[in-house]
Design a protein. Structure first.
Length: 308
């Protein structure tokens, strides 16, 4: 009897994992391609040219520039620290720390494929609101307090994602885009995507739908629960999409998944520690509190108006 139950579970596990893998694969490939093109053709100097100083403009640009960049929660750390040391304000740096890992071009494309365009739009808007308002709060509390500027050459040596000196022809850039998208990006997050798919298959096979509906079916409690789960741990935005899609299919309200996908990638213990040491403990406390509170608030607003 036990062997039959185990065999049935393993069959469901493998079937679910393969199904989600087939569903995610074309969107992942498209996302990796766009990530490579963005890395090669987006001007890295834009970051340094526009994020220095203070004011709402630098916060807005930091938020908007960070949203499509294909950097994970840990990959954003050296870039964010480099920007701050280059002269970006605390507020702009904090906005960049949040918007960059919370949404990436690969995550948005995968979200469209597995959760729908309305969810993807909501993810971008909530990410923007959380990052921008957190930057505004930081500006109000700390004012303009940039670190001592470094030379761009020195700063760029810290940023593996940015190559300020790369000047290649179109063919060379396309080759670099393909290499970055399908080699470097796969090397960076491929394992996390695989683990995410395995966890997705496990959850889909093990957890019954009524249980998910009861505890994560909607309301502030479910939103706060998912935010608190995602905050301290490392969450890859792209790899977590299939996991959220599986829970939504089981009965979790999409807004609960939205909170997890914003608060999870935007915060983890490593980033919190770096923010505390680089920008100050008060800024780190604001960072964590604001991400949790604002992600829950915006998700609940989307729930209230019926967008998700």
């Amino acid at each position: 009897m036990e062997q039959a139950l185990i065999a049935a579970f393993l069959e469901r596990f493998l079937e679910n994992t393969l199904n989600y893998g087939r569903e995610a694969s074309p969107w992942l490939l498209l996302g990796f391609l766009f990530a490579g093109l963005l890395k090669v053709f987006a001007s890295p100097s834009l970051l340094y040219r526009h994020l220095g100083g203070g004011g709402l403009r630098s916060i807005l640009l930091a938020t908007m520039i960070g949203i499509p960049l294909p950097l994970c929660s840990c990959g954003v750390i050296p870039v964010g620290v480099g920007l701050y040391r280059q002269g970006a304000s605390k507020a702009a740096t904090l906005a960049f720390f949040i918007s960059t890992p919370a949404t990436t071009v690969t995550a948005v494309i995968l979200a469209i494929g597995m959760l729908g365009w309305r969810f993807a739009v909501a993810e971008i808007l909530v990410c923007f609101g959380v990052a921008f308002l957190t930057g505004v709060f930081a500006s109000m509390l700390s004012g303009k307090s940039p670190a001592k500027p470094l030379s761009i050459a020195r700063c760029s040596s810290q940023l593996g994602f940015l190559d300020l000196r790369s000047e290649k022809g179109l063919k060379g850039k396309l080759e670099e885009a393909l290499r970055y998208g399908f080699v470097d990006m796969v090397d960076d997050i491929g394992l996390y995507v695989l683990v995410g798919l395995l966890i997705t298959g496990f959850v889909a096979a093990l957890i019954p739908s009524p249980l998910v509906k009861e505890y994560l079916g909607g309301g502030v409690a479910s939103l706060l629960f998912m935010a608190l789960i995602g905050t301290p741990i490392y969450v890859c935005s792209t790899a977590s999409i299939p996991f959220v899609a599986a829970l939504v299919e089981k009965g979790m309200h999409p807004t609960a998944g939205l909170v997890f996908l914003i608060a999870g990638p935007a915060t983890n213990l490593s980033t919190i520690i770096v923010v505390g040491k680089t920008l100050g403990r008060g800024t780190a406390a604001l960072y964590v509190t604001s991400v949790i509170a604002l992600s829950v608030f915006f998700a609940y607003m989307l729930y209230a108006v019926g967008w998700l």
